[in-house]
Design a protein around this ligand. Structure first.
Ligand SMILES: [Fe+2]
Ligand SMILES: [Fe+2]
Length: 217
């Protein structure tokens, strides 16, 4: 999935970029350093902003395809996940702006295949994010003292883990996801996503009330 390749490539480059920017920042007192965001954090935030922006666009296209193929509950899940990734993208962008850095995303054309294949691509992207990319980015941000960025990575990670779980459930039993009937709750503040059956009273990440969640079904 493009999300995976873009994110992975960006993060592979991040160390090199961070090293170069560190040197420049040390020499010139670079803007990011002066405003308090470490260059490695900036590179990771930009990669995350780009990855989430593309994931959101992909999932909107995948939702449309799922609807066309008659997978109503998959359509609902992709719509909820798309809205979640858009919130993450915006939040990563806001953290960048607080560091005086303009967020940049390069939107690629979604690579739409069958719904079964689209779900597998989504699982790969989500799993890479919650098992590898965001834990490392959060750890690096903590080390650099960029705690707002670290919280953004950790919150996104928690949502992506839930997305991966739902997509995995759909993939394992796709025919059962043809009917409408499954619903998903999205925290409009932080992007946390959970099943409509979840008895939660407030967001476990940002504490907003359940009434402020959006329902996708
Ligand atoms: Fe996700
Ligand atoms: Fe939340």
């Amino acid at each position: 999935m493009r999300l995976l390749s873009v994110g992975a490539m960006a993060l592979m480059c991040a160390g090199t970029v961070a090293f170069a920017q560190n040197r420049v920042g040390n020499l010139l007192g670079g803007a990011a350093a002066l405003k308090g965001l470490n260059p490695e954090t900036v590179a990771n935030l930009q990669a995350a902003h780009n990855g989430e922006s593309n994931a959101s666009a992909n999932y909107t296209a995948f939702a449309k395809k799922a609807g066309e193929e008659g997978y109503k509950s998959v359509e609902a899940l992709f719509k909820a996940a798309s809205a979640s990734e858009a919130i993450h993208a915006k939040f990563f962008g806001e953290v960048l702006k607080t560091g005086g850095v303009e967020p940049k995303a390069t939107l690629e054309k979604p690579d739409v295949k069958t719904t079964a294949e689209n779900i597998k691509a989504a699982i790969a992207g989500e799993t890479a994010e919650f098992q590898d990319i965001y834990p490392k980015a959060a750890e690096a941000a903590v080390k650099r003292g960029d705690l707002t960025a670290a919280k953004a990575f950790k919150d996104a990670l928690a949502a992506e883990a839930k997305h991966a779980r739902f997509f995995t459930e759909a993939s394992a039993n796709l025919e059962n996801w043809k009917d409408a009937g499954k619903s998903f709750l999205l925290c409009k503040t932080c992007g946390y996503t959970t099943s409509g059956d979840d008895a939660l009273k407030a967001c476990p990440l940002c504490a907003v009330d359940r009434d402020d969640f959006e329902v996708f079904k």
